[in-house]
Design a protein around this ligand. Structure first.
Ligand code: IPD
Length: 281
């Protein structure tokens, strides 16, 4: 990461911590739940408030920067990544967890320049774990260096994944078929934290050897992708090609050998890309 972005990263850590306080406080109150694309794609007023808080605070310091925010896109803003400095924000990654009080809820802030991640901050706010990474300078959790697991035998691996929010029977069938294939490699176990950002940080921490999912969005994984690669991990598409953060598909693993073995068992499908313009009314 160019030193010029050091200030921006410090600001991201500070605002993520403030956002986490808002999330923790909101857990003591009733959470009015609304839905987005379908009845299980949840959003709350807290998601919207936290996104506004982050964007306003960044705009004050960096008025020329651009934003991709989950709730701004849900409200109709375009999801476009240009070469300009861009903050990629998920105010609450793990909204369903937040709604149910399930304890993995993260504020995720990634920062890209020339379409390349420069730093990533994931604050798992109920665990009070601040994960950070900057390009070329490693990955950390609460200041401690992170490193992916050294285990390259997939049969000794723990794998993380999620079921996502599509209930389309064909999609559910593919998700279960991939899950069955991977479970029966066999791997030691399959887990899911309910937050893509936290799952990525678990790969970076060495607790799980791989995480894969189809259906995530760029704001779920932008920050986590740099945290994984700076911890020594690899990223790829579910078909084994290069990862494309707009494609809504990702495999993050401790090594190429584990990632490629997982890819062999995934039934790939392609949800509409994040950067697909909405259909005209
Ligand atoms: C979701 C979480 C979940 C994953 C979904 C994401 P959100 O993000 O990361 O674990 O399965 O694909 O959309 O909606 O809570 O920000």
């Amino acid at each position: 990461m160019a030193d010029v972005w050091q200030n921006a990263m410090e600001h991201a850590v500070a605002v993520a911590r403030r956002a986490g306080e808002v999330v923790r406080e909101a857990l003591h109150h009733d959470r009015k739940v609304m839905t987005k694309s379908c009845s299980v794609d949840l959003v709350t007023q807290t998601d919207q408030n936290v996104e506004t808080l982050i964007i306003q605070s960044v705009k004050e310091k960096f008025p020329t920067h651009r934003f991709i925010g989950e709730e701004s896109v849900a409200a109709g803003e375009a999801c476009i990544l240009t070469d300009r400095p861009t903050w990629i924000i998920d105010p609450i990654d793990g909204t369903t967890n937040f709604v149910h009080g399930f304890p993995f809820v993260a504020v995720s802030i990634g920062f890209a320049v020339n379409k390349e991640m420069q730093f990533g901050v994931v604050y798992s706010c109920l665990e009070d774990k601040m994960y950070t990474a900057s390009r070329g300078h490693g990955a950390f959790c609460n200041g401690e260096t992170l490193h992916v697991s050294q285990q390259t035998d997939v049969k000794q691996a723990m794998v993380a994944t999620e079921f996502g929010s599509s209930r389309d029977p064909e999609v559910v069938e593919k998700i279960f078929s991939s899950l069955r294939n991977i479970l029966c490699i066999p791997v030691h176990g399959v887990r899911g934290a309910g937050s893509a950002a936290v799952n990525m940080c678990l790969v970076a921490s060495g607790c799980v050897e791989a995480y894969y999912e189809t259906g995530i969005h760029i704001w779920d994984v932008a920050a986590g992708s740099l945290i994984v690669s700076e911890a020594g991990g690899v990223l790829m598409d579910v078909n084994g090609g290069d990862v494309d953060l707009m494609s809504r598909r990702i495999v993050a693993a401790n090594s190429r050998v584990v990632a490629e073995r997982i890819v062999m068992e995934i039934e790939a499908f392609s949800p509409p890309r994040d950067d697909t313009p909405p259909l005209a009314p």
